[in-house]
Design a protein around this ligand. Structure first.
Ligand SMILES: C[S@@+](CC[C@H](N)C(=O)[O-])C[C@H]1O[C@@H](n2cnc3c(N)ncnc32)[C@H](O)[C@@H]1O
Length: 377
């Protein structure tokens, strides 16, 4: 492997990206190989199994070609760095180097264009941090990583590539007061709601750009402007982005439930609506502490907070039967929300916006006066 080869591959990667010239220049300058260490994991046909590719088992050329693919490479699964695992790794990804194309799309969506002071949540490998350091300078960039081992590797990689931002090990949901106020806050892990410290640390007129996710798996990409009255508001963006959930925002573990209990009735909506990302998003807004199992016409929703459940199945006579059990009528709430969304023409998540004010975080459809649902803060 030669430096010359890496330069060529970086430039070929930059050619594939649809970003402006300044981010292109950053992609051409930042050596991604520093940030991927000695092993990465790739998805297999089984969703939760990962095949490890090791630098030592490949020719230098093969490894570099992998590094410079516009792909997300997983570097940690269930808290174990993939280089330390043997054979197939099983579990959920807990850290990765996000695909460069998505990173630069996020940076552009956050309107980082030079001169801003940025707080990044989720340093991961440090690759996105390095792109920002290249464009904005080390002093303008602060990045927080939850996992100590991941943070240590990112620190070494950033130093090796010649960058020295402020790196913090800790819970990014608390932000970092040390360098506040920030012009931009950008999260490369998704959140269930906007953490209030972020609102205090971003200056008036500054922005928060973060993927919003929930326990059913619905996602939307929030871009909020902080106002001088302490509120923040904005529409969701059109990009469909998926990021791993911020560590304390995932669902709690569940014991195996007994499913299918409760009185049955006909469903007013086709349960397959939850297979559509926009349908799932609105369903999740209506049942924010429920997780979703199954799919198609046979869905189970389980409310982690109350133990309530709803299960659907096709009715041999036509339509679908739903059974509900527990204090929350989960399917009633999901049906109502889905019908509102369908009445509005079943739009993408970018038809909604989010307003954060005081104790309340309200997702609205159409405009701030439209139908709305509270996030579980
Ligand atoms: C998708 S990766 C980040 C990708 C990274 N920006 C890159 O370009 O390589 C998400 C990271 O967020 C971190 N993370 C999860 N929850 C966090 C939290 N509450 N605070 C800070 N970091 C968190 C994970 O440990 C993981 O490393």
């Amino acid at each position: 492997m030669t430096v010359h080869e890496a330069v060529g591959l970086r430039s070929a990667l930059a050619d594939q990206l649809t970003c402006g010239p300044a981010w292109r220049e950053a992609v051409e300058a930042v050596p991604r190989e520093h940030f991927l260490g000695s092993a990465i994991a790739r998805a297999t046909e089984y969703g939760d199994r990962w095949e490890v590719a090791r630098r030592e088992e490949m020719t230098g050329d093969e490894w570099l070609k992998l590094v410079y693919r516009d792909e997300t490479w997983v570097t940690q699964v269930d808290g174990v760095m993939v280089g330390e695992a043997r054979g197939l790794v099983c579990g959920a990804p807990t850290s990765s180097s996000t695909m460069p194309g998505l990173v630069v799309r996020m940076l552009e969506a956050a309107r980082i264009s030079g001169g801003e002071k940025v707080l990044e949540i989720g340093t991961g490998t440090g690759y996105s941090t390095a792109l920002m350091c290249h464009r904005l300078g080390d002093k303008a960039v602060t990045s927080i990583e939850y996992d100590q081992v991941v943070a240590g590797r990112a620190r070494d990689a950033l130093a090796a590539a010649g960058y020295a931002p402020t790196l913090v090990v800790g819970d990014g949901l608390a932000g970092y007061e040390g360098n506040a106020e920030y012009d931009r806050l950008i999260a490369t892990c998704s959140v269930r709601y906007i953490p209030i410290p972020w609102m205090w640390q971003v200056r008036d007129g500054g922005t928060i750009t973060a993927p919003l996710s929930g326990w059913m798996g619905g996602v939307a990409f929030a871009h909020l402007t902080v106002a001088d009255d302490g509120t923040a508001s904005g529409r969701f963006l059109e990009d469909d982005v998926y990021f791993m959930t911020a560590r304390p925002h995932g669902p709690p573990p569940m014991s195996s439930p007994l499913l299918g209990i409760g009185n049955g009735r006909g469903s007013r909506v086709d349960p397959r609506v939850l297979d559509d990302p926009a349908g799932l998003f609105v369903g999740q807004l209506a049942a924010p502490s429920a997780v979703k199992l199954g799919g198609g016409a046979e869905v189970a929703l389980l409310d982690v907070a109350t133990g309530s459940q709803a299960t659907t199945r096709p009715d041999p006579a036509g339509g679908w039967t739903v059974r509900q059990h527990g204090p929350l009528r989960l399917w009633d709430a999901v049906e109502d929300a889905v019908l509102v969304w369908q009445d509005a023409g079943s739009p993408h998540q970018s038809a909604y916006g989010l307003t954060v004010s005081g104790e309340r975080q309200r997702v609205w459809l159409g405009d701030p006066g439209g139908p709305s649902w509270d996030l579980p803060v």
